[in-house]
Design a protein around this ligand. Structure first.
Ligand code: CIR
Length: 264
C-alpha cells in the first residue's frame, strides 16, 4: 500500500460564474455553464466525502476565471501568501480569497513579481515552482522569502509545456508524482528520491490525492489504469468543462492542511 495524505482540514472553493464562458483558455472552445456547475458540485461533494470541511465562496461575475482559486494563494502550514497572478484579468480575484482565508491563516500579500498558485507543487520540505507564462523570477523570489521561515527549499523549474507546473505534474501520494509524458524530464524528481508515473493523457497529469483517494479525470482512462496498477485508489470525476478552461482538480480548491501536516 502506498503512503497516503491525510485529508486537508478545510478547502476553499468558488462557485462558477455565468461569465466563465469568457474565461482565459488556449483553445476557444464553447463552454457549457450548467454542466460546469454540475461538475463543480460533484467536485465539492467528493471533497466532503473525503472528510474535508468545504467553504464555497460566492462567485464573482466580473472575474470569469474565479473558480480556479488555487492560483490566488499559496498556503504553507497556516501562513498564506496571496499572489499577484500573472494574468492581469485575474488579479481582482485575490481580495475575496484573502478575506475567506483570514480567519484560518496569517495573510501575507505579494508586493512584486507574478506568481500563480498552480505553479507551486509542495513535496515534503521542498517547493517546486514552475517558471511559466504566469510566474516569473521575481515571483519565485517572493515565494522563496515567504517559505524561508518554514524551512522549505524552493526550486524553480522552467516550463515549456502546459499552463502551470501542476498542469503537467502533481502528487498521487507523498512520494509519487504523476507526470505528463514528455512535458518535463523526470530525472530531477527521481534524483530527489521520488517515484514518477509518466502518463500518456495530458488531462490525466493533474490529479488530487486526499485521504487515500486519488481524483483522476474521467477523460483519462489510461491514466486511471496506470495508477490502479501502482496500487492507488482512483476516483474518476468528470471535470471536462474545467479542462476546456485549462484547469483541473488542484486549481478548483485551496486546501488548508491539518496542524503539523502538509497536503497535496
Ligand atoms: C487561466 O487561464 O488562468 C484559467 N483559465 C485556468 C487556470 C487554471 N489554474 C491552474 O491550473 N492552477
Amino acid at each position: 500500500m502506498p503512503p497516503t495524505f491525510a485529508a486537508p482540514a478545510r478547502a476553499i472553493v468558488r462557485a462558477v460564474p455565468h461569465s466563465y464562458r469568457e474565461c482565459l483558455r488556449e483553445h476557444p472552445v464553447a463552454l457549457d455553464i450548467p454542466l460546469a456547475r454540475r461538475q463543480h458540485a460533484d467536485y465539492v461533494t467528493a471533497l466532503f466525502a473525503a472528510g474535508v470541511d468545504v467553504h464555497v465562496l460566492p462567485t464573482d461575475e466580473a472575474h470569469p476565471d474565479c473558480c480556479f482559486v488555487e492560483d490566488t494563494a499559496v498556503i504553507l502550514d497556516h501562513d498564506v501568501l496571496i499572489t499577484i497572478p500573472g494574468a492581469p484579468s485575474r488579479r481582482g480575484e485575490c481580495s475575496a480569497v484573502a478575506a475567506a482565508l483570514a480567519p484560518h491563516c496569517r495573510v501575507t500579500r505579494m508586493t512584486t513579481g507574478n506568481l500563480d498558485g498552480g505553479d507551486v507543487l509542495r513535496v515534503g520540505r521542498r517547493l517546486y515552482v514552475g517558471l511559466s507564462a504566469r510566474t516569473d523570477a521575481a515571483g519565485v523570489a517572493e515565494l522563496t522569502r515567504f517559505a524561508a521561515p518554514h524551512d522549505l527549499e524552493v526550486r524553480a523549474i522552467p516550463l515549456t509545456t502546459g499552463l502551470h507546473l501542476k498542469s503537467v505534474v502533481t502528487l498521487a501520494d507523498p512520494r509519487t508524482l504523476v507526470l505528463q509524458a514528455g512535458a518535463l524530464d523526470p530525472a530531477g524528481f527521481v534524483a530527489d528520491d521520488l517515484a514518477v508515473i509518466e502518463v500518456p493523457e495530458p488531462v490525466g497529469a493533474n490529479v488530487l490525492a486526499l485521504a487515500g483517494d486519488v481524483f483522476v479525470a474521467a477523460a483519462a482512462p489510461r491514466t486511471q489504469a496506470l495508477l490502479r496498477s501502482h496500487g492507488l485508489t482512483v476516483v474518476p470525476l468528470d471535470i471536462g468543462e474545467f479542462n476546456k478552461g485549462d484547469g483541473a482538480f488542484t486549481c478548483l480548491s485551496l486546501r488548508i492542511p491539518r496542524p503539523g501536516q502538509w497536503c497535496a
